[in-house]
Design a protein around this ligand. Structure first.
Ligand SMILES: [Zn+2]
Length: 284
């Protein structure tokens, strides 16, 4: 019955506040790799389309040493719009990971980054370097504390393992987001209780995405939006190249599930992302 009451109040708000569809939409893509070769030919267009859709910032997690130059090039080209992070992705962790992490630390000490990412664990693609993955995650979480930066965590088929790794290291200094969250309600609650956010992307629009219950049960204050471009495009673009403007589809899906106004979802998640990545904004 609560839902009916919620719906009624939204309807009242809508009729008393007529405005064109996107005029007040504020969105942030908290996770996109728009520096990858998939965007070489039309990055300007992609950025224009994102701005037109209401996206006001794109946060870019690094992958490994081979992606840093391209990422920084995009950050320099769009300094007020595309903000870089620094980190070693779990799928790039090998036996030589310590050398890579010295490089990560060196870059972080330069102070040009808004987060430590993309870090985490992955048991889906390859578990050959599982112990190195765990070690690399712990070291990078310490780097997040040292540089007072939020983390962007990737965990694929390893949510419980990742939660268990973070728990003993967690303190008030640690902030961050579990990007591309695809877990269950219990896991979502555990992450939120630790003080972290859930990154919600295209999977929320998939028929088999299994995120409806999680989204019903979690509050907007614990969510940020993301595309993970060029991967994981939302329906109806599933399987195609993803881009930040498609974040609108994720936003609308969350609004529909929660039966609230899409602009409210956009505003709340934008404020959450700006707060997390310590961006100074005008009017929230
Ligand atoms: Zn990613």
């Amino acid at each position: 019955m609560l839902k009916v009451i919620g719906k009624t109040s939204v309807l009242v708000l809508r009729t008393s506040n007529i405005k064109s569809h996107f005029c007040c939409m504020r969105l942030v893509d908290s996770h996109a790799h728009i520096y990858l070769k998939e965007f070489n030919d039309d990055l300007n267009l992609i950025v224009d389309r994102a701005r037109e859709a209401g996206v006001e910032a794109i946060f870019m997690p690094n992958i490994d040493h081979s992606s840093i130059d391209e990422m920084l090039e995009v950050a320099q080209k769009y300094p007020d719009f595309c903000k870089p992070m620094m980190g070693l992705h779990p799928c790039s962790v090998t036996k030589d990971f310590e050398k890579d992490l010295y490089e990560v630390e060196d870059w972080l000490s330069k102070g040009e980054f808004v987060g430590v990412g993309e870090i985490g664990t992955d048991l889906y693609w390859d578990d050959t370097y599982w112990s190195e993955q765990q070690e690399a995650l712990k070291i990078q979480l310490e780097l997040a504390k040292k540089f007072a930066l939020p983390f962007a965590i990737h965990c694929r088929q390893s949510i419980d393992e990742t939660i268990a790794l973070i728990k003993p290291l967690n303190n008030k200094k640690l902030t961050g987001v579990f990007h591309c969250f695809t877990g269950n309600v219990e896991q979502a609650k555990e992450i939120i209780e630790m003080g972290f956010l859930l990154g919600i992307g295209g999977v929320a629009t998939f028929k088999n995405g299994n995120l409806e219950e999680v989204l019903e049960e979690t509050s907007l204050q614990d969510l940020v939006l993301e595309t993970d471009s060029p991967y994981l495009a939302p329906v109806p673009y599933r399987g195609k190249r993803n881009e930040p403007s498609y974040i609108n589809l994720v936003n609308t899906k969350i609004a529909n599930i929660k039966q609230i106004d899409a602009e409210d979802v956009g505003l709340a998640t934008t404020q959450n992302a700006n707060r997390l990545f310590k961006q100074i904004t005008y009017g929230g």
